[in-house]
Design a protein around this ligand. Structure first.
Ligand code: ZN
Length: 853
């Protein structure tokens, strides 16, 4: 019966596609205030007739706020990379608006165990964040936001009055404005007057990189925890300002599916999420089911999707006393698409999202006290959880890399995690007072801190929707330590004061030294090279007198001689001082070339650094997020320009202007491999990551051998037809953290101080170590797993494999990096390796990289 009803719905939708109006979407019973503009009055088309562009979406939200100021207040959260506004509507009853700040403060008190007992929740509104289309090419959410905003602003009567009295809605029409704009432009420009539903049509097949991602081709639905991007940072500030009870995350899935709402797969809930969270998720689910039943829409729950990785919008809230809800609507992608379930129209997808936004609000109203109680209790329990947990605090900090330490501390503070200075009398020499912090686990964000610091090696399931581990100190390559006794804390850190840069001794007529350990040292060196300075790198260690004391300088120390330059000493001094200040680095003005031990400054052990002229292969076939990570690293962090070459352009242009070429994971079938090989032979530095390593080896460009993975099944096992999904799924490498041992004297290891470098692996590229013992500067030992889940078969392949191999090809070098050193832009522990490949790849001795036999 339901099936027939569903088919009937689809048919009637298809019939009235050209004459869409709000009656199709809105509940029959509702009357609307005529003073509130309908979407068409502002955006010039009916909802679902065209894809909403972000600018028109914002116009409508502004119009609503202007027409219904007693119900709707518009706030600017910030701007995206492409300067699009991230707007947030606060929607509630006129009565609540009059005391909005008081409501907010009372509500936030619930999350503070020292104050929450006294808060009376009898008449307290529940706070619900409704969020849309974080993947820009999953547009039904953002398009539905027009309807939900209209309904909440315009509906009249007892039902809406009661709803708005009991709920404060934080309404986020577009989680990813830049992606939505890109996608809507694509879908609209391909729309025919006579809708074409053939999935092969261009309308349904976006050009690379598609609208899913933000400006830098990142998946913003993995960034809630690392919060690398402005969109996440702006949003998190408002999340914590209000501490919502429910957060919805409206997505789309494959076109042949129906509609999914959480709860997801029970065995894949992160163990830090309380069971009560899933109970409440299920209670709310009853409302979604009832509302979808009413319009004849099919749906499923408890399958496919999970609540494991806290970097996703529907999971991040779960570790903070809030309930995140994932919605996944089958995508029409364009305006009307033929699917296994018949014709799927864009308006139908929008309707489901609208209906489940309303079911969320209705459920929130009905379950209001239970959610508020749960939130209060969640934070109250933090004290008990802290008492029961053996780790009492974490210390973190890198005295050699203050920038990285402060990036980490900034990330913690975005999540309202309290951090403290080290106490007076601190005696552990590994952590210094001005470059380290301590985090107590006895604080309201106890669970989230564990979600950031925990190493996990035990799992209930062997299939994951996303990565299995993200232990942040390992990702940042940041020294950290567990403290298991109740810690003494130093002063609470209210605001972070990033240490200033300086040149010790200010001016020199001889040379300057700059250590390579700091995160942003490559940015400074690039600017030096770009301004024409001669820059050298120490391939040996040395000790010399600086500031009245003997100081050891490590491999990779940068030396800027003064008299060799075209610039006079004063100009050199101005440049070096300005860069030390800009990138907050410590440099040393040196008056002699005579060292106490090791190589003198005039030694040939100081090698010239060449300015990298970089191109990266992008476009169809290339993994967009991997390429985006490189773009973001070079552009946002390092201020280094790089040309993005599509394969077709690569094949026809002169490559002489580039000395460094980057290829990330992907399929490079269209690339002219002979031309690439000739370019490397001529002296180019080719940096390969992940599957690009396998591609280059298969095409004779590099010389790497691979380990085989033993099969997980054989003919002796008794397995059923339905076991296959589990057995095969478990053989994927979803993503885990492995420690590689580094040859600390190798140019690719310059700037590292810990011998074990944590790398992130989410692929099946298992390299054999090179026969040349000097050509494998990073390799995995016999117990490399640090955190995460991997099958025994894959584990066996990773053991004793190579993480990085350097080959010579003619006079060029190929740097093969099996894993992703730049993962999601928070893997700062790998960025150094990647920047070393860019700056020092050409300094690697040919004899140390020769692999031909
Ligand atoms: Zn999505």
């Amino acid at each position: 019966m339901r099936k027939i009803l569903f088919a009937f719905c689809l048919l009637s939708i298809a019939n009235c596609l050209l004459a869409q109006d709000l009656k199709y979407y809105l509940p029959d019973s509702v009357t609307c205030n005529p003073a509130i503009p309908k979407p068409k009055d502002i955006i010039y088309h009916e909802v679902g007739e065209w894809h909403i562009t972000h600018d028109r979406l914002v116009n409508y939200m502004k119009a609503i706020a202007a027409a219904a100021p007693d119900r709707v207040k518009l706030e600017m959260m910030g701007l995206t990379y492409e300067n699009r506004p991230q707007v947030l509507l606060i929607i509630t009853s006129p009565k609540n608006h009059q005391r909005l700040e008081e409501i907010r403060q009372q509500h936030v008190k619930l999350t503070d165990p020292s104050q929450s007992s006294s808060v009376n929740i009898d008449n307290m509104p529940i706070v619900v964040w409704i969020g849309h289309s974080i993947h820009g090419n999953e547009p039904s959410g953002a398009n539905a936001s027009l309807l939900t905003a209209y309904y909440l602003a315009a509906a009249q009567g007892k039902q809406i009055d009661e709803l708005l009295d009991n709920v404060v809605v934080l309404f986020d029409p577009s989680f990813n404005p830049d992606g939505l704009q890109r996608f809507s432009t694509w879908a609209n420009q391909h729309k025919s007057k006579n809708l074409v539903s053939d999935p092969n049509s261009r309308e349904f097949n976006e050009v690379w990189p598609g609208g899913r991602f933000n400006h830098y081709w990142f998946d913003l639905n993995r960034d809630w925890l690392p919060a690398v991007h402005v969109e996440s940072q702006n949003r998190l500030a408002w999340f914590h300002k209000w501490k919502p009870n429910i957060l919805t995350d409206h997505h789309e899935q494959g076109s042949n599916a129906t509609f999914f709402f959480q709860p997801g797969v029970p065995s894949r809930v992160n163990p830090l999420t309380p069971e009560k969270n899933q109970e409440l998720t299920a209670k709310l689910g009853k409302f979604h089911a009832a509302f979808l039943d009413r319009i004849g829409s099919m749906y499923f729950t408890k399958e496919n999707y999970d609540d494991f990785y806290y970097g996703k919008g529907s999971t991040y809230p779960d570790v903070q006393g809030c309930i995140g809800i994932l919605f996944e609507q089958a995508s029409s992608r364009g305006h009307l698409q033929q699917t296994n379930n018949g014709l799927l129209s864009f308006p139908f997808t929008i309707k489901n999202q609208f209906v489940t936004a309303l079911s969320t609000l209705e459920g929130a109203k009905a379950l209001r006290k239970e959610f508020l109680d749960y939130q209060r209790d969640f934070f109250k329990q933090s004290t008990n959880r802290a008492a029961a947990y053996p780790v009492k605090a974490y210390v973190f900090g890198d005295k050699n890399d203050k920038a990285k330490t402060f990036e980490f501390a900034t990330m913690l503070k975005r999540h309202q995690i309290e951090i403290n200075e080290l106490p007076d009398g601190w005696s552990d020499k590994d952590f210094e007072k001005n470059s380290s912090f301590i985090v107590s686990l006895n604080q309201p964000q106890h669970s989230l801190i564990r979600g950031i610091f925990d190493k996990t090696l035990e799992y209930k399931d062997s299939i994951f929707y996303d990565i299995t581990a993200w232990t942040m100190p390992l990702a940042f390559g940041l020294p950290s330590k567990e403290i298991t006794t109740n810690p003494t804390l130093g002063a609470k850190v209210e605001s972070l004061n990033f240490p200033k840069g300086e040149v010790v001794g200010k001016r020199s007529s001889y040379a300057y030294l700059l250590e390579w350990d700091e995160l942003y040292a490559p940015a400074a060196v690039y600017e030096m090279l770009n301004s024409g300075l001669i820059v050298k790198v120490a391939t040996n260690t040395f000790e010399m007198q600086v500031g009245g004391a003997n100081k050891k300088f490590d491999y990779g120390t940068i030396m800027i001689p003064v008299k060799m330059q075209k610039d006079d000493a004063e100009t050199v001094a101005v440049k070096v001082n300005a860069l030390a200040e800009k990138y907050r680095l410590k440099a040393y003005a040196i008056t002699t070339g005579n060292v106490n031990s090791g190589s003198d400054l005039g030694s040939s052990r100081f090698a010239n650094v060449t300015k990298p002229n970089i191109a990266m292969i992008v476009g169809p076939g290339t993994n967009a997020t991997d390429a985006g990570e490189v773009w973001h690293l070079l552009d946002q962090r390092m201020n280094i320009p790089a040309t993005h070459l599509e394969s077709s352009v690569f094949n026809r242009v002169d490559l002489d202007q580039y000395n460094t070429l980057i290829m990330v994971g992907g399929n490079y079938g269209e690339l002219n491999k002979d031309k690439l090989k000739a370019w490397v032979q001529g002296g180019g530095i080719l940096i390969l990551t992940e599957e690009a390593v396998s591609w280059a080896a298969q095409n004779g460009i590099s010389d790497v051998k691979f380990k085989r993975v033993r099969s997980a099944t054989d003919s002796t096992q008794k397995l059923t037809y339905t076991d296959r999904v589990e057995v095969e799924g478990a053989q994927q490498v979803f993503g885990a953290i492995f420690g590689a041992d580094a040859d600390m004297t190798h140019p690719l290891a310059y700037g590292y101080n810990q011998k074990t470098i944590s790398l992130f692996k989410a692929n099946k590229v298992f390299m054999e170590k090179s026969k040349n013992p000097f050509a494998t500067p990073f390799y995995y030992g016999s117990k490399p797993l640090q955190s995460g889940w991997v099958s025994q078969q894959n584990m066996d392949a990773i053991k004793n494999s190579a993480a990085v191999i350097v080959n010579t090809v003619g006079s060029g070098r190929v740097i093969n990096i099996a894993d992703n050193p730049n993962f999601r832009a928070f893997w700062l522990g790998g960025s150094k390796l990647f920047m070393n490949a860019i700056f020092f790849g050409r300094n690697i001795d040919a004899a140390s990289a020769r692999t031909e036999e």
